[in-house]
Design a binder for this molecule. Sequence first.
Ligand SMILES: C[S@@+](CC[C@H](N)C(=O)[O-])C[C@H]1O[C@@H](n2cnc3c(N)ncnc32)[C@H](O)[C@@H]1O
Length: 230
Amino acid sequence: MRDAAHWVRWHETYEDPDSALSLRLRLVQSEVREALDRQAPGPIAIVSMCAGQGRDVIDVVASHRRREDVRARLVERDPALVAFARRRAAAYGVSRHVEVVEADASLVCSYAGFLPADLVLICGVFGNIGERDIRGTVSKMPSFCAPGGTVIWTRHRRPPDLTSSVRGWFVHAGFEEVSFVAPPGTVLSVGCHRFVGGSAAAGSAAGGNSQDLDPDLRLFDFFGDGALPA
Ligand SMILES: C[S@@+](CC[C@H](N)C(=O)[O-])C[C@H]1O[C@@H](n2cnc3c(N)ncnc32)[C@H](O)[C@@H]1O
C-alpha cells in the first residue's frame, strides 16, 4: 500500500551500509565522481530525475574539486524528501550549487535552465516505468545532454531483464558505454553512458539541442512502488 510516507520509508534502507541499496548508491556516487573528473574546465550542469534524498549528487559534489563549477537541479515530487535533500545540501555546504525542486520529474519543463546538462541521473526510475517509457526517455537523452555529457542510470535485473535492451537503446541514440556494473549476488545494476553523437536516431550529430525539446513533453508515467529490492 502506498501512503504519503511510502517513498520516505523506501529511503530508510540507505541507513544500512550493508544493504543492496547502499551498494548501489556507492556505485552511482563513484560514476558521478568520475563524470565530474572528466569535465573540461567551465560550468557543469547536473540534473537528477526523481532525486529522492539526493545523496548521490550532494555527497559527491560536496567533496569534489569541481564543486564551485557545479549547478545541479534535483527534481523530486515528495515534499518530505525534498526537505531532506535541501537539509542535506545545507549540511554539506552545497546549497548554492544544488537546487532541490518539488516538481514532476517526468516533465521536460522541470529541467528548464539546466539543459543541455553535463550529467543526467536517472536512478530508481527505470524499474518503476514501462518499457516504452524507458525507451522513449533514452531517445530524448541526446537533447538532454551536452556534447560529451554523461547519463547514469539504474535498473534491476529481475526477469524480464531489460538491461541489455537499455544499453542497446543508449548506443542507438548516440552514446558510448562508459561502464555497466551488475554485482554478483544482487539484482541491481548501474549503467553509465556518455553522449558522443552521430546517430541518425539521435536526430543530432552534436547533441545539446535542448531547444528542440517540447517543454510540455511528458517522458514517463511513474507507476512503480519500489516494493521489490533495487
Ligand atoms: C526509487 S526512488 C529513487 C530515489 C533516488 N533517485 C535514489 O536512487 O535513491 C523513486 C523516487 O521517485 C520519486 N518520484 C516518483 N514519481 C515522480 C515524479 N513524477 N516526479 C518526481 N519524483 C517522482 C519518488 O517520490 C521517489 O523518491
